[in-house]
Design a protein around this ligand. Structure first.
Ligand code: HEM
Length: 458
């Protein structure tokens, strides 16, 4: 079967201009061309997978046949190889290496441990609210990034949060020159200095130092468990009883804290931005929160009750998935819907494009939490919605992030509503993560609604 080419490729840079200037439009546009579409970065071809059925084949049923490939080649030397990249244990295949490592670290993400973090998320969010004047204009994107850095620092390293939180924020500020460029730019550009890389290198050293200090503390008190992920990681064991050494724990932690800041930091600004434009959804959210929390502080036991709140977060993750573009490399010849691709082929897939495929999501640009009502969600094709990926390499931090996002939304919306400020439309920026550009909003206190006449939303 012939594979269509993405239009407007240019010699030497391929589709580099589209990747830099209009990446979301470019990848979403490929949905129309076919289930597999060829594009180029430099002279190197990539094969973009657009159909959920083929994504399922690549990520779930055929996951033994692919590795992270290009991402490991480019990010590995910069952030170190950890669970998210291609682990390589002597004598094991890539699939078995990943499985061995994932099984070792999975206990650190036990639901009970994650539930224990809800209290701090509430506290940090309340402190943030208390520090802002009602009616003041906020840069919501920046404010929530700062809150996310604190919540993440606590979830992974416990108290005190200041050093790790400041170092996480510093790395976030330097990720584009440090990582995105290196990952998508043609290989020959590796030898060209990228402006801003020095800032990334300094921020990386600062975060490594802060994480190493936290690890030293844990090693000093081996029996101590502060309920954070680091306390659990030092106890994790491979199947043969061997533990992770300090260098590996630090590599894991480095990636985890970077990934961790993106739920609250990148998704929540959109939640409030969309609620401000959809007053009926906002009213339903307020009704649910007032009925479930009834004016008291949220706890982990409330998480399953926040049904409509969860639908709003799921919809924000559909419209604005922070991890919006990913890749794989084939280890052997693979057959994707009758298209045979040889070993060594670079594949790309984009949660953003999958979430906006008009054949699978009606009216894809519309913010509609009602899509996540069971009767509608049930008929969605597997892998048509994958903000946390799918298969054995699905995100290990999905539950932690969902808990944090639900807790922060409920705590903020219990007290405040946020209003848009007149001005140009806020658009996402798609680099290593998808995040909002400057998002000014005004916070207003809101009165509690009287108890609902009907039962809470289901
Ligand atoms: C809203 C927040 C988050 C989103 C949208 C997200 C998204 C994703 C996605 C799409 C993948 C699949 C990558 C692939 O298949 O190539 C992934 C994997 C991963 N994520 Fe997350 N993530 C989030 C939060 C976190 C957090 C809090 C952590 C901290 C531990 C984390 C750590 C990881 C790791 C280690 C993997 C690789 C898992 C494996 O290969 O076994 N992520 N994430």
């Amino acid at each position: 079967m012939a594979i269509p080419n993405a239009p407007w490729g240019v010699p030497l840079i391929g589709h580099g201009a589209q990747l830099w200037f209009t990446p979301l439009e470019f990848f979403t546009g490929l949905n129309r061309l076919g289930p597999v579409v060829r594009f180029r970065t430099g002279v190197r071809p990539w094969y973009m997978i657009t159909e959920p059925e083929l994504l399922h084949r690549m990520l779930v049923t055929g996951s033994r046949d692919v590795v992270k490939g290009r991402f490991t080649d480019t990010a590995g030397p910069q952030i170190g190889v950890s669970l998210v990249l291609d682990m390589d244990f002597p004598g094991l295949t890539p699939f078995a290496s990943h499985r061995r490592h994932r099984r070792a670290v999975q206990p650190a993400f036990h639901p009970h441990r994650l539930a224990g973090q809800v209290g701090f998320t509430v506290r940090a969010t309340e402190e943030w609210l208390a520090g802002r004047r009602p009616g003041a204009r906020l840069r919501l994107d920046r404010e929530l990034s700062g809150l996310a850095a604190r919540i993440t620092a606590h979830a992974f390293c416990g108290e005190p949060v200041e050093d790790v939180a400041a170092a996480v924020a510093d790395v976030q500020a330097h990720l584009v020159p440090g990582l995105y460029w290196r990952t998508v730019a043609p290989l020959w550009t590796r030898h060209v200095p990228v402006p801003g890389t020095g800032g990334f290198v300094r921020a990386r050293a600062r975060l490594r130092t802060a994480l190493a200090a936290a690890l030293r503390e844990r090693r000093r008190w081996p029996g101590r468990d502060d309920g954070d992920i680091l306390s659990a990681l030092v106890r994790c064991r491979y199947a043969d009883g061997e533990g992770l050494d300090d260098a590996q724990i630090l590599r894991e932690m480095f990636f985890y804290v970077i990934a961790g800041a993106h739920g609250v930091g990148d998704v929540l600004p959109w939640v409030f931005h969309e609620l401000a434009a959809h007053p009926e959804e906002e009213r339903r959210l307020h009704r649910e929160i007032d009925s479930v929390l009834a004016g008291r502080r949220m706890t982990a036991a409330d998480l399953p009750e926040l049904v409509h709140t969860r639908r709003i977060v799921l919809e924000a993750l559909r419209r604005y998935p922070p991890v919006w573009l990913l890749g794989r490399r084939t280890l052997t010849e693979v057959d994707l819907g009758g298209i045979r691709l040889p070993a060594g082929t670079d594949l790309a897939w984009a949660p953003y494009a999958a979430h906006h495929h008009p054949a699978h999501h009606a009216d894809p640009l519309r913010f509609d939490p009602g899509r996540w009502r069971p009767e509608r969600a049930r008929i969605l094709a597997p892998c048509a919605y994958l903000p946390f990926g799918a298969g054995p390499r699905r995100c290990i931090g999905d539950r932690l992030s969902m808990n944090q996002m639900l807790t922060a939304v409920a705590t903020i919306a219990a007290r405040w509503r946020l209003r848009r400020v007149p001005g140009p439309e806020v658009r996402p920026s798609a680099r290593i993560f998808l995040h909002p550009r400057a998002m000014p909003m005004v916070a207003e206190p809101r009165p509690r609604l009287s108890p609902p006449a009907t039962a809470p939303v289901r």
